[in-house]
Design a protein around this ligand. Structure first.
Ligand code: HEM
Length: 321
């Protein structure tokens, strides 16, 4: 009896051993001729090169254990985009602070007349503030995803950090498509004001009023505002489109496509974030009376004359103004 028991145990052990042996071999029985026929170190060498093997799992590149292209993605993201973004954001903040300390706020040259002129309709303002608030939330959550690990994790401790960063990811994933809708609406609604013309060339040559004594002429939008608009149009759409590619990985896109989407998304959004600092500065601290327009819909006649003289001349005699 004892002999049988021993034999049974040994047979079972051999059986388990054979299964253990066959198991990796099954995974290593690749349908791809590039991998087939290799064994041991040679096999893993082929796998490391990213060749596909056999798997039950369905989906694009499911049979590829290692993604060689991922190394390039990691390099570009960690060695270039992460530091370049930090320099762009820090540099812009620094330059704006220096500019404010030296030049200060652009005040109104003449006293307010008290006459209010409608500049932004309710729908424009609702659209602007929806897009702006979503942009800020996406900016904070996105920057946390890229840079949080360097200092927030240490600051918060692992348990708070894990909840916070998971929240950032979810918020970012869900609000991104909403931002895209708001941005598209804004692009379509405001495009008519933003085509460049000769007046803008003069505006740029005068540095938007920094060079020379006179404030350069401008229509409804000045040259700088038009640059911000087209940056939002081209880079904003690229950021939204690449974000959607990342948001919905279930459409069969390849890993390389996702990596490209990630690089475009990160570089584009960092560029927009840096530019938005300039926009927010000009709209608040930088220019007396600008925020009033976006808050109430109306600007003072003096502001309109000083900053958008051609627009003011166009509308000053219209009955509603
Ligand atoms: C706290 C943040 C923000 C403030 C205080 C702000 C302020 C303003 C103000 C005052 C204007 C009106 C300028 C005028 O009447 O000529 C404006 C216009 C505009 N804003 Fe914002 N904004 C903010 C964020 C954003 C964001 C995040 C975006 C886009 C993602 C954005 C896009 C625009 C665009 C396209 C215009 C029209 C063109 C321009 O004036 O540059 N804004 N903003």
């Amino acid at each position: 009896m004892h002999v049988y028991k021993n034999l049974l145990t040994r047979s079972f052990a051999v059986f388990i051993f054979l299964i253990a042996l066959v198991q990796p071999l099954q995974a290593a029985t690749p349908s791809d001729p590039n991998v087939a026929g290799f064994a041991g170190a040679e096999y893993w060498d082929v796998v490391r090169k990213g060749n596909e093997g056999k798997t039950q799992v369905q989906g694009a590149e499911a049979g590829s254990l290692i993604n060689v292209q991922g190394e390039y993605w990691r390099y570009w993201r960690n060695e270039w985009i992460t530091p370049a973004g930090a320099i762009a954001l820090g540099g812009t903040l620094g330059l704006l602070a220096i500019f404010y300390l030296i030049v200060g706020q652009k005040k109104l040259d003449h006293p307010r007349t008290g006459k209010k002129i409608e500049r932004w309709k309710r729908l424009d303002r609702a659209n602007h503030w929806t897009v702006a608030i979503l942009f800020i939330i996406l900016g904070i959550s996105g920057l946390s995803l890229l840079y949080g690990k360097f200092f927030l994790r240490e600051l918060m401790g692992d348990s708070i950090w894990s909840v916070y960063i998971m929240l950032c990811k979810q918020v970012h994933n869900y609000l991104g498509p909403l931002f895209a809708v708001g941005l598209l609406f804004m692009i379509v609604r405001w495009m008519k004001h933003n085509f460049f013309n000769r007046v803008d060339l003069n505006w740029f040559l005068k540095g938007g009023g920094i060079i020379g004594n006179n404030h350069p002429s401008a229509g409804y939008m000045n040259g700088g505002e038009k640059v911000w608009f087209w940056l939002l149009t081209f880079v904003g759409i690229a950021v939204c489109a690449s974000g959607l590619v990342l948001d919905f990985p279930n459409f069969g896109q390849f890993r390389e496509t996702m990596q490209w989407a990630n690089i475009i998304h990160a570089a584009g959004s960092l560029l927009l974030l840096a530019a938005s600092l300039g926009h927010i500065y000009i709209g608040t601290l930088g220019t007396e009376g600008a925020l009033e327009g976006m808050k109430t819909g109306y600007v003072d006649e003096t502001w309109a004359k000083q900053h958008h003289d051609l627009w003011y001349n166009d509308i000053k005699d219209k009955p509603e103004n």
